[in-house]
Design a protein around this ligand. Structure first.
Ligand code: ADP
Length: 360
């Protein structure tokens, strides 16, 4: 690649390259070895309210307010910065490339600010939309559940067999819709990047959560599963959000039940492992190939296998599991082999805010 002479003398090849750079739609700056501006393209001029000529020879600090994060990026190559917000409230994803001379010495930097304002706006709109929809669907679902349960229990008159069968179908549909609405709501609010939910910490006993989930969990009538729970005796109490963790573990248990055919087994274990508390949900079900494991914890990812597609799902459960883990500084992952079952892990580190403060 042509080497740009950033000390001021440009060859004709440099000039061609520079006019190309000027035309790039995202703001772009070239800085010299002392982090002084050599060149800004037209988009950068618009964002910083400076012409390239006037900015030349000045440091970032002299031409931009809120420059500290960008300067830190130049000074420490290992640093990353997902977003930088300009004074006119545009959001950019910055990227820095070092320009090196033949001897490997730093001669300057190229900084590109990818404009993600529109993407952020769309994301916000989508989050707001799902928040409103999921919230507004909850109350009608609750009243439908109440009335259908009254019918089922015969509180408004005896039902014949066919009527009872239909009411049971209605209730099963309501349960399914409620689970979906819960997941849509949680995926929005727990999202570590855009979620507004604040982790509500209190002493939390993961063993008790797991036992409660298994006690209340409904396995479909047509399915026979051997379900076991094992909670370590030395399990520490952590300072965490019980509701969030409960929602994450419900999703793991739900999946283990859903994706394990009748006759299989599901084992839930909670233990103290090194510097973390570990929840493991192991099943003998459909399993997942290494290829399909790659993006499994991302939003709306479902496995494109016929056996999986037959089972209803929205691809939000594992995104919630990972979000809950991340919001507690932890991790979620899977070990699995196709057709041999899976083990899903959720780990919460025993450090920082997760530790229960010692009693005074
Ligand atoms: P879904 O609502 O589709 O179950 P999840 O995010 O919980 O969404 O899971 C994503 C996908 O991962 C599922 O569609 C399924 O294909 C796969 N999966 C999740 N848990 C298991 C499991 N225990 N065994 C096999 N596949 C699983």
């Amino acid at each position: 690649m042509t080497q740009v002479n950033i000390n001021g003398q440009f060859s004709s090849a440099d000039r061609l390259l520079l006019s190309l750079l000027k035309g790039i739609v995202d703001p772009l700056l070239i800085l010299d070895d002392r982090q002084r501006v050599v060149l800004m393209n037209t988009a950068a001029e618009a964002v910083f309210g400076e012409t390239s000529e006037r900015a030349a020879g000045h440091t970032l600090k002299e031409i931009i307010t809120q420059a500290d994060d960008l300067i830190a990026l130049l000074e420490d190559g290992s640093k990353t910065l997902n977003e930088w917000v300009s004074s006119d409230n545009k959001t950019f994803a910055p990227r820095v490339e070092v320009i090196r001379g033949d001897g490997g010495q730093v001669e300057g930097w190229i900084m590109v600010l990818r404009d993600i304002t529109q993407y952020k706006k769309l994301n916000r709109n989508q989050s707001e939309f799902t928040r409103i929809v999921s919230h507004d669907l909850r109350s009608p679902l609750t009243s439908m559940q109440g009335f259908a349960s009254m019918l089922q229990l015969g509180l408004v008159g005896e039902l014949n067999e066919k009527q009872l069968h239909f009411v049971n179908k209605i209730l099963a549909g309501i349960t399914q819709m409620t689970a979906l609405v819960d997941n849509i709501q949680d995926a929005g609010r727990y999202d570590p990047e855009t979620g507004f939910y604040e982790v509500n910490r209190a002493p939390c006993d993961l063993g008790e959560i797991v036992r409660r989930i298994i006690e209340n969990h409904l396995v479909p009538a047509e399915k026979e599963l051997d379900i076991q729970v094992k909670v370590a005796e030395d399990l520490p109490i952590i300072n965490a959000d019980t509701n969030m963790l409960e929602r994450a573990i419900i999703n793991l248990v739900d999946n283990a039940i859903k994706y394990t055919p009748s006759g299989g087994s599901v084992k839930v274990e909670v233990k103290h492992a090194g510097n973390q508390v570990l929840v493991m949900v192991k099943d003998s079900g459909l399993g997942i190939s290494p290829e399909n494991q790659k993006h499994l914890f991302e939003r709306h990812v479902r496995i494109p296998r016929q056996e999986h597609k037959k089972i209803k799902g929205s691809g939000l459960g594992l995104f919630i599991v990972r979000s809950v883990a991340q919001r507690h500084g932890g991790r979620a992952w899977v070990e699995s082999q196709e057709d041999k079952g899976s083990t899903f892990y959720l780990s919460i580190p025993l450090e920082g805010a997760n530790l229960v403060a010692p009693q005074a």
